[in-house]
Design a protein around this ligand. Sequence first.
Ligand SMILES: [Zn+2]
Ligand SMILES: [Zn+2]
Length: 173
Amino acid sequence: MPNSDRQGGPNLCPCGNNASYEECCQPLHLRQKSAQTAEQLMRSRFCAFVKEQWQYLLDTAHPKETAPNAIEELKNWSTTKTWGMLKILKTRQGKTNNDTGEVEFVAFYQEPSASSGSEAKPILHQHHEYSHFEKIDSHWMFTQGIAQEPIKVNRNEPCPCNSGKKAKKCCLA
Ligand SMILES: [Zn+2]
Ligand SMILES: [Zn+2]
């Protein structure tokens, strides 16, 4: 499979769109553009974890997180994770002419195994969530997420860790 068909290919945005980071999520992270749809905001928030755009995550959530250590907490939560694919499973509303929207997604990541010798293979995990978004002052905001049961990973598809190998030859081996 060519690199361009793969998330996290060298020049593609980590959010999984078939465009470079510079053309896709970076203008949102730099506040040069704002998300037009709930899905676009969702993708840019996932991408913000990969690109360590902590303030963006705080600024696109409602109600606004005001704890003084909020950025520290995001960093600490994300630091052990190596982010893989983002899969958008379903969207409901969340279009330019809507005021609310829902996005169901799975974000894959690897974490070192608990029995971590230095040789230990990282373990593939997933975060499956139903996220709710609202347009507030004409900006899409993440309002709440409800965690869901993990989905089944197809062994014959590219591994969600973005290695480029089939899952059965990689994290599901
Ligand atoms: Zn993107
Ligand atoms: Zn893998």
